[in-house]
Design a protein around this ligand. Structure first.
Ligand code: MN
Length: 282
């Protein structure tokens, strides 16, 4: 059985002492192995104070983030690229403090709607920063995952095929592709071929519904997605992601366009999601 994770935004939008305690306790109570902690603002997550809570709960952490236009490493502006590399290095430091072995997300560009296509120079800047980041991460046993997201959240990697090309270009052993069913449902032809295409370069998976609410209540073809995972023998983490206006993060909710209330009870949502994923894995 794959390790199963849940995104912290199912529980809380911040990471103060009571917020992290609640998120970690609720993750454990809902039967998950892993909590995914967002590091959009790495300074706001106290890794040293979080780690003992994880250890006491018997949980592991993974980390994720998206950059902004002010820290966009796919920019052609060297100062912006540098700010992005600094932020990524800060996130890596935090992941290390949390003893996380995975840092993923939109590490390669802003998590935002772009007004124009990506440029060759910007793409090349992004690849150069990620190559250095991967080498630093390797020393701590951390794998990097480039999350493929839809066209309204990046202009660089919208399909698994694009991400594979980029990963091959970066050419480091600890960087791979991170697929998310919510985004695949918008951009890919079907839900299993992209998984097969990634094969052993698939390093992380997000399961999210077409409206990011309860799994099974939308239009995502999960049967096809899990068939693809079985075919490649995927043994990595599968993390449930869901967002509702019931839980708001000052940084992430607006970037993701979370305007509607799709659920109010995170425990009911996460417990049902775990059962849904387990049923598909069986
Ligand atoms: Mn995702």
């Amino acid at each position: 059985m794959n390790p199963l994770g849940v995104h912290a935004l199912v529980w809380t939008g911040g990471w103060s002492e009571p917020e992290r305690r609640h998120a970690i306790d609720a993750t454990r109570a809902a039967g998950y192995d892993i909590i995914e902690i967002p590091l959009l603002d790495p300074g706001s997550v106290d890794g040293a104070r979080t780690r003992p809570l994880l250890e006491a709960a018997g949980l592991r952490a993974t980390c994720s983030l998206g950059l902004t236009f002010a820290t966009d490493i796919s920019s052609e502006d060297a100062a912006i690229v540098q700010r992005g590399e600094d932020l990524l290095n800060g996130a890596l430091d935090c992941a290390r403090e949390l003893r996380a072995t995975y840092l993923g997300g939109v590490l390669y560009s802003a998590l935002a709607k772009y007004p124009a296509p990506a440029s060759a120079a910007g793409r090349s800047n992004s690849a150069a920063v990620l190559k250095r980041l991967a080498r630093r991460a390797a020393g701590d046993g951390i794998t990097l995952g480039l999350e493929v997201v839809n066209r309204y959240e990046t202009n660089l990697l919208n399909t698994a095929a694009q991400a594979l090309d980029f990963v091959r270009e970066i050419d480091e052993p600890n960087i791979g592709v991170h697929l998310d069913t919510y985004h695949m449902n918008i951009e890919e032809d079907d839900m299993s071929e992209p998984v097969r295409l990634c094969g052993e370069r698939l390093v992380y998976a997000h399961v999210g519904e077409s409206h990011r609410g309860y799994l099974g209540s939308g239009s995502v073809d999960f049967a096809s997605f899990f068939k693809g995972l079985a075919e490649i023998g995927y043994g990595g983490t599968i993390t449930f992601e869901s967002f509702s206006s019931a839980v708001v993060s000052p940084t992430l909710s607006n970037a993701l366009g979370v305007w509607r209330n799709l659920w109010s009870d995170g425990t009911d949502l996460a417990t049902r999601a775990r059962a849904f994923v387990e049923a598909h894995l069986r």
